[in-house]
Design a protein around this ligand. Structure first.
Ligand SMILES: [Fe+2]
Ligand SMILES: [Fe+2]
Length: 260
């Protein structure tokens, strides 16, 4: 089984990068499952039903999210109506939707996906380490377990990865929008990890946002509304091969950039 994971899709530039660059990655890697983080798809802040369907139509099977999924007023309806969208299970304000589901494709086999959020420099939530233990214990049978750990601090992400090592098949970080180069299979467990898989959005912004507004905010403490940075866009993520025993066998990081 091969799984392709895509970093946070940010605004229109991210959506355009997804639709223009994902087809090439699909024909290159031929993944059985495609997972994308969609917390910033709509104007950089949340996910509308229309845009969730757009992401799906590009070839994404499962959308994980993060703290920004709760930004739009219609998030309860979105999560209730769409089983392919997960939210961080341990953000306790959220009683709607789920951060742990089993997905089925008869031809390739089942897959469990868990979505959790970190607590360092993030909004309040339950302990993600304990939440993983609890969710993992509920999973039926033997199947690959993929975790999107949506967190800010690299230390918390790495500690979490060691905590799930040997239980999760893949544990990848999201939320910082900056891809790290530390992808590997952890010793003493074999979980495939990367601190952050990166972003699908503008190359020349600040984590997806127009650079002038962000720079202005750092200098003056105030800026106009954050706007999505213009093209060119890029798509970043991770591909993991999983063997017949459900263990990660190979991990590869990718970045594809639109022609200016
Ligand atoms: Fe994000
Ligand atoms: Fe986030």
């Amino acid at each position: 089984m091969k799984i392709l994971m895509i970093g946070d899709i940010y605004g229109k530039t991210g959506r355009d990068a997804l639709s223009s660059l994902l087809p090439g990655l699909l024909s290159l890697y031929k993944p059985d499952w495609v997972i994308a983080n969609g917390e910033n798809v709509t104007a950089g802040n949340g996910l509308s039903a229309k845009h969730a369907n757009f992401v799906k139509s590009c070839g994404v099977d499962i959308i994980t999210t993060g703290n920004h999924i709760f930004s739009r007023l219609d998030w309860p309806e979105l999560l209730t109506r769409n089983d392919f969208i997960l939210r961080p299970q341990n953000i306790i304000a959220a009683k709607v939707g789920s951060g742990c589901r089993v997905f089925k494709k008869a031809a390739v086999g089942d897959l469990a996906v868990i979505n959790l959020a970190g607590r360092v420099f993030m909004e309040g939530s339950e302990c993600p380490f304990a939440a993983f233990d609890r969710l993992y214990a509920t999973l039926p049978g033997k199947m690959p377990v993929i975790v999107d750990f949506h967190a800010e601090a690299t230390s918390e992400k790495l500690a979490f990865f060691w905590h799930v090592n040997g239980r999760a098949t893949v544990a990848f970080g999201t939320h910082t929008h900056v891809q790290t180069s530390d992808e590997r299979l952890l010793p003493d467990g074999g979980t495939a990890v990367i601190t952050d898989i990166g972003m699908t959005g503008a190359v020349n912004g600040v984590i997806g946002v127009d650079r002038k507004t962000v720079t202005g905010r750092f200098i003056c403490g105030y800026s106009d509304k954050f706007l999505c940075a213009p093209p060119p866009g890029k798509i970043e993520g991770l591909v993991v091969d999983i063997d017949a025993d459900g263990r990660a066998a190979n991990v590869e990081r990718f970045r594809s950039i639109q022609e200016p």
